[in-house]
Design a binder for this molecule. Structure first.
Ligand code: SF4
Ligand SMILES: [Zn+2]
Length: 436
């Protein structure tokens, strides 16, 4: 796939760092490596009612395939941890038990031994159900003696990929966590359109895997949570709004229990990061409002409100299922920029963000209605409408993607006809059978 080659290219420098750390660490004994990692502290974020415990690990197994880092194009939860992860990969290969112990020690170094639990505790890596990242030894270390917390949190949340969810894995998890625990399994849907998910986000997840995952999670008595992006990298505001609405209504029809909506943020080693770095002043993309200088690669906050509003108007029962994350750049493990309107410091950004936070808590659509009614008076909204008009000229979704892909290919692979042909072929054959 074109996108796979592109993401591999983006991650080249990080791959180098990861492999160097791995090779260097392989020279040490497992005990020496454990000693080295036993001082690590887990990254840990506190939200109201929920703590996010980002367990250290060897990294996302999906990202590291065939000896290179690639993974989902919009995701960069890893680049800043590449060295530590390369080294943990070496420890895991040498001694999975000490790898598991290093993970638990990092948790305890941050939270203390027998931590005070919050209501919800997200205890996760990248793909928790993948044995490459979390072999059995990790579960044994974390859960066998019930010693992570003083008492139990109300609910555990674990994150994984839909492709890793099956009854065998979930039952194994259940046997480790104990039968009576409430658990939510959270996984990335990102977008309901399978072609975009795979050919532009490089997710490598089929609709069928999502449908099966939800059913499987329910069979074992757990809750299913899907992550959905608001603002697909490079796509127009209107395209993104429609995709979000289609995605969450589809997920609702599958019986998903919760949806975490994530307004796209911009990190360095991502598709949107590359667009910003290389194409923010690109004349062809500026003409159609895709390149927007400083704003390139980020949706507008008006889009976030509109996407949520339209989804909940279409299906009012969605209001109680939808949560909003990534409204602040500080509660994130990797340096990032978050979405805004005309300028970052405009009053409307603050107003909308705090209203969205209110909505996240109260789940009351009138909060979104009031917000929308206030837009007409806002100078930024006029600019937004002009942008929407300009973006009308970018064509349909495969045409928009092709437009961006061609400009990127010119920079990354100048004169390479094969890669352009591959992109063109994929964009001309946007597959049938997708849900939206
Ligand atoms: S989104 Fe998830 S599966 Fe994809 S690269 Fe990031 S951590 Fe891995
Ligand atoms: Zn404004």
């Amino acid at each position: 796939l074109f996108i796979e080659k592109l993401v591999t290219k983006i991650w080249e420098p990080v791959t180098k760092e990861y492999l160097e750390a791995y090779n260097e660490s392989m020279k040490f004994s497992a005990e020496e490596l454990f000693e080295l990692h036993s001082k690590n502290r887990m990254r840990y974020y506190q939200y109201p009612g929920v703590n996010m415990n980002m367990l250290p690990s060897a990294g996302c197994p999906y990202r590291f395939k065939n000896g290179v880092l690639a993974g989902c194009s919009m995701c960069d939860y890893q680049s800043e941890q590449a060295k530590a992860q390369g080294s943990l990969l070496a420890l895991r290969k040498k001694n999975p038990e000490l790898y598991a112990k290093a993970i638990k020690t990092a948790f305890q170094n941050s939270r203390g031994i027998g931590a005070e639990p919050n209501l919800f505790e997200l205890i996760s890596g990248y793909d928790t159900l993948d044995a490459n990242e979390f072999p059995d030894e990790v579960y044994d270390q974390l859960y066998s003696n019930n010693e992570l917390f003083k008492g139990k949190p109300f609910k555990y949340i674990v994150e994984t990929r839909a492709s890793s969810i099956n009854s065998g894995k979930l039952n194994l998890l259940k046997s480790k966590l104990g039968n009576r625990l409430r658990v939510s399994i959270e996984f990335g849907v990102e977008v309901g359109d399978q072609w975009i998910r795979n050919h532009w986000l490089n997710k490598d997840i089929l609709d069928k895997e999502i449908i099966d995952a939800v059913a499987c999670i329910h069979e074992v008595g757990y809750k299913a949570t899907g992550d959905v992006i608001i603002g697909i990298p490079g796509l127009t505001e209107q395209q993104s709004i429609k995709l979000f609405v289609d995605t969450v209504t589809w997920l609702d029809s599958l019986g998903i229990d919760d949806i975490v909506s994530l307004p796209l943020n911009r990190k360095e080693y991502t598709l949107q990061g590359l667009m910003y770095k290389q194409l923010k002043d690109n004349p062809r993309l500026k003409e159609v409002g895709i390149a927007q200088e400083e704003h390139t690669g980020l949706p507008w906050l008006f889009t976030v409100v509109e996407a949520l509003y339209q989804a909940i108007t279409a299906r009012p029962e969605l209001a109680k299922k939808i949560n909003i994350a990534q409204l602040s750049s500080s509660l994130n493990s990797v340096k990032n920029d978050i979405c805004y309107n005309q300028s970052r410091d405009c009053k409307c950004v603050e107003n909308i963000t705090s209203a969205l936070q209110q909505f996240h808590i109260k789940k009351d659509i009138s909060i979104l209605e009031d917000l929308r009614n206030s837009f007409e008076k806002d100078q930024c909204y006029l600019e937004y409408k002009e942008l929407l008009a300009k973006q009308e000229n970018s064509g349909d979704i495969p045409e928009t993607i092709s437009l961006i892909g061609v400009e990127m290919a010119k920079i990354l692979w100048p004169g390479d006809e094969d890669i352009l042909n591959e992109l063109e072929y994929e964009c001309n054959n946007k597959g049938e059978g997708s849900v939206t």
